[in-house]
Write a protein that binds this ligand. Structure first.
Ligand SMILES: [Zn+2]
Ligand SMILES: [Zn+2]
Length: 98
């Protein structure tokens, strides 16, 4: 059995899955309670069911509560609203840097 390493969602520190760490049932991991709290992690005594999920979690954080979003998700929405593809924007960046 190997050891898996996780990266803290807040500070980026890596830690082994056999050590002490905090994780939310949505799959996010943090190296410490402080880091977890900064992402809004909390125990859900009455359970929490994320939107679009049929599975009730005993923990939640800003991400699975839909209060915070991944950069990639924000970017995808921006592209959709702009009606441009990522490649088109990359081309613009390229021209600007030329
Ligand atoms: Zn951390
Ligand atoms: Zn979560």
């Amino acid at each position: 059995m190997g050891v898996d390493w996780y990266a803290c969602e807040t500070c980026g520190e890596t830690f082994p899955d056999c050590g002490d760490y905090v994780w939310c049932e949505c799959g996010r991991h943090w190296c410490s309670d402080d880091c977890a709290e900064s992402d809004g992690f909390r125990q859900e005594e009455d359970g929490y069911t994320p939107k679009g999920s049929s599975y009730e979690q005993e923990t939640s954080c800003n991400y699975c509560r839909g209060e915070e979003f991944e950069d990639a998700e924000v970017l995808n929405l921006a592209l959709e609203l702009l009606g441009k593809s990522r490649d088109e924007l990359a081309k613009v960046l390229k021209e600007r840097k030329a």
